[in-house]
Design a protein around this ligand. Structure first.
Ligand code: F6P
Length: 341
């Protein structure tokens, strides 16, 4: 059986480990053959593939990014659509597809599976916001990178008696902010799931300062303080139809400075959180998911994705991952908030 693998959507540390796990187990155990689609669904729509023999995946699990390239191409747009994709797969002799991606990728994969294509999924996002899997690979690496950066902000903040604000990724959810903030001992963590007023944030900052600490605030990019909600909803959507984000730390800094009288600096960590070497946790999780995905193909579990359930790998329907964002639960935020201020 010949399998085509694609990586789609934003890149994420661990993608190469999935590819390696799938190719090595597939060749060794199931006698499968592999090709990779270049740049996500674009490669599927245009029939742009590269061979993935065993030596092509040698040593790649520690490499960041994806050796296949990625894009945000929608497989139903342009020359795409189920019929065109079917023709391409037949022409290339590809029997099944492993789609590695986030919600958008899995939604497209579900639609194509409903139209008769043979696809299994591997969930991916640094944001950790996909339902039906306990953790996504890439998240641990992003938290590790953010924690290291925030530890560095702390020492410069302490030297100057400044308040430091670190903005981390998290468009819809605050998992990275919660974990990196707890790990680095932040005095306030601000996440999209939790409405927080500027007065409350200023109080946490002032309390930390009063105890002689350099206040440290960790904010997820999707957080909007109550008094800025109107202004943010008027910023509209970006060219990809997503809410215009970025820069909440830059907006908070002058406001907190004028309310508290404490000199304040903002740092936006941005795509640094998605780059470079994956942690060993992410490499192991990604490798196991890749290996389980070739079992799904062997067992013809079309329309399912592999997921982490506790410490075990499970197979769940695409629909389980779609529609429901995995948000930070209230009790997890309250637990962290005990230590704020
Ligand atoms: O979904 C992962 C993520 O890294 C978000 O945290 C972030 O908002 C977004 O992708 C950034 O997307 P892009 O790389 O397209 O700018």
């Amino acid at each position: 059986m010949k399998i085509g693998i694609l990586t789609s959507g934003g890149d994420c540390p661990g993608l190469n480990a999935v590819i390696r796990g799938a190719v090595l187990k597939g060749i060794k155990v199931h006698e499968q053959e592999f090709v990779g689609f270049r740049d996500g669904w674009r490669g599927v729509v245009e029939g742009d593939v590269i061979d993935l023999p065993r030596h092509a995946v040698r040593g790649i699990s520690k490499q960041g990014g994806t050796i296949l390239g990625t894009s945000r191409t929608n497989p139903f747009e342009g020359k795409g659509g189920a019929e065109a994709i079917k023709e391409n797969l037949d022409r290339l002799g590809i029997d099944a597809v492993i789609a590695i991606g986030g919600e958008g990728t899995l939604a497209a994969a579900k639609r194509l599976t409903d139209l008769g294509l043979k696809i299994v999924g591997v969930p991916k996002t640094v944001d950790n916001d996909l339902d039906a899997t306990d953790y996504t690979f890439g998240f641990d690496t992003a938290v590790q990178i953010a924690t290291e950066a925030i530890d560095r902000l702390r020492t410069t903040g302490e030297s100057h008696s400044r308040c430091m604000i670190a903005e981390v990724m998290g468009r819809h959810v605050g998992w990275i902010a919660l974990h990196a903030g707890m790990a680095s001992g932040a005095h306030a963590i601000l996440i999209p799931e939790q409405q927080t007023s500027i007065e409350q944030i200023a109080e946490w900052v002032s309390d930390a300062n009063a105890r002689g600490r350099a206040p440290l605030v960790v904010v997820a990019e999707g957080f909007v303080p109550s008094h800025m909600e109107q202004a943010h909803s008027e910023r509209g959507l970006d060219t990809f139809g997503r809410p215009r984000l970025g820069g909440i730390a830059d907006q908070l800094a002058p406001e907190l400075e004028s309310r508290t009288g404490i000199e304040t600096r903002a740092t936006i960590l941005g795509h640094i959180q998605r780059g470079g070497v994956p942690t060993s946790f992410d490499r192991v999780l990604a490798t196991r998911l890749g290996m389980a995905a070739v079992d799904s193909v062997k067992d013809e579990l079309w329309g399912t994705m592999v997921s982490l359930n506790g410490t075990e790998i499970a197979h769940v329907g695409f629909e389980a991952a779609l529609g429901n964002l995995k948000r930070v639960p209230q009790h997890r935020y309250e637990e962290a908030a005990i230590l704020f201020g």
